[in-house]
Design a protein around this ligand. Structure first.
Ligand code: ATP
Length: 237
């Protein structure tokens, strides 16, 4: 399987004299869902901000499908879909206009846009909210808007920050079913989460961050073997 995301020896943070993440290396291949897990403050969101190009590595390099943010920011940005932990939206645009904006910025034809947008609205039960403004939405509805915007453009790589918090059980199931579908179609998914039971069920590999460093990574079996505890769950590791 081809490698979609390569994070190599990345050290970085928010100021020149303090590194939040240190020597972080991992990759995401096609057709896999990888969980990024760790305690509050471990550095998951900071790692994601480096991948998105919002923070620049002080050391190391990040590439998506062989491109770096530095050399080709536009292609780099278009290669991933990002589902943020806190919804980001425009007050003056309706839900439908947000979807149109996402489609336009990725050059989707109107026909393709509509073929994809209507089933998403239906599956996430957001049809009635189509012409409303996200300001009037609940947190979960805003989260669903972010999810639909990312799923609409079908990127090769999804970066998903804490996707489950704020969603109702049906929303969680719909999202995870979609991500599994994207994986079957060849996408790679990096998902930061605190919900270990969900990670164990849906993710192929796990990256455990502790105080900004990778403590362990691998499949559940590999993690169990490396800790010498065959019956362990992610909770114990
Ligand atoms: P959580 O599970 O709580 O979301 P996390 O693993 O995503 O945590 P980060 O948000 O990456 O952790 O935070 C890692 C460290 O970076 C923390 O010590 C935090 O205080 C610091 N940090 C996060 N955002 C900023 C910022 N904008 N400026 C300075 N320091 C920050």
């Amino acid at each position: 399987m081809a490698t979609l995301l390569e994070v190599k020896g990345v050290t970085g943070g928010y100021s020149a004299n303090h590194a939040v993440i240190k020597d972080v290396s991992f990759h995401i291949r096609e057709r896999e869902i990888v969980a990024l897990i760790g305690l509050n403050g471990a550095g998951k969101s900071t790692t994601i901000k480096h991948i998105l190009g919002l923070l620049e590595p002080r050391e190391g390099e990040i590439s998506i499908a062989g491109k770096t943010f530095h050399t080709d920011p536009d292609s780099y940005r278009h290669a991933y879909g990002y589902i943020p932990e806190s919804p980001i939206y425009y007050e003056e645009l309706t839900l439908w206009e947000h979807l149109e904006l996402a489609a336009m910025s990725h050059g989707l034809e109107k026909r393709v846009f509509e073929e994809r947008a209507f089933p998403l609205l239906q599956e996430f039960r957001m049809e009635e909210a189509k012409d409303r403004f996200p300001q009037q939405f609940s947190k979960g509805m805003r989260q669903k808007l972010m999810i639909m915007m990312a799923l609409l453009v079908r990127p090769q790589l999804y970066i998903v920050d804490e996707p489950i918090l704020g969603l109702d059980p049906l929303g969680i199931r719909t999202l995870l079913t979609w991500l599994e579908r994207c994986k079957e179609q060849g996408a790679g998914i990096l998902m930061s989460t605190h919900i270990l039971a969900t990670a164990e069920k849906y993710c192929d590999r796990f990256i455990i961050l502790h105080k900004g460093r990778i403590k362990a990574q691998g499949t559940l079996d590999e993690l169990r073997r490396s800790t010498g505890m065959p019956d362990r769950s992610l909770d114990d590791i």
